[in-house]
Design a protein. Structure first.
Length: 128
């Protein structure tokens, strides 16, 4: 599955659980995978830079986008993995690479066993 397919399946909701004023910043942080505190800082910065536009966009989002709590929807990803990926991407990808190498070696051992004559002998003993 490509990244495009996973983005297309996501939906934007306001977060009821982590809401301060409407839950728009928390919803944006969840949707894009941003840090919530930085999203709020950027929202305050946008408020001071372009107050009328920011207020209209924020309250328009509050009234037009449905709210959902984290219990209402199941994430289709591992939240701990995403958190680790955001904090240390190189280390996390190295861990994933090592896991796949371990799985690959286990699969190779399994293939060697299944294609060996020992497997056939073990099957014959099980039939007795």
């Amino acid at each position: 599955m490509s990244g495009y397919e996973t983005i297309a399946r996501r939906k934007f909701y306001r977060s009821r659980d982590r809401a301060v004023c409407g839950g728009v910043c928390a919803g944006l942080a969840d949707y894009f995978g941003f840090n919530l505190k930085m999203t709020r800082v950027l929202a305050v910065f946008a408020f001071f830079m372009a107050m009328p536009v920011t207020l209209i966009a924020y309250f328009g989002t509050v009234f037009l986008v449905p709210a959902a709590s984290s219990g209402d929807r199941e994430p289709d990803y591992d939240p701990e993995f995403r958190k680790a990926l955001r904090s240390a991407p190189r280390q996390t990808l190295g861990d994933v690479r090592r896991r796949f190498q371990s799985l690959d070696s286990r699969l190779a051992r399994l293939e060697r066993y299944v294609t060996s004559s020992r497997f056939n002998l073990d099957q014959e003993f099980k039939k007795l």
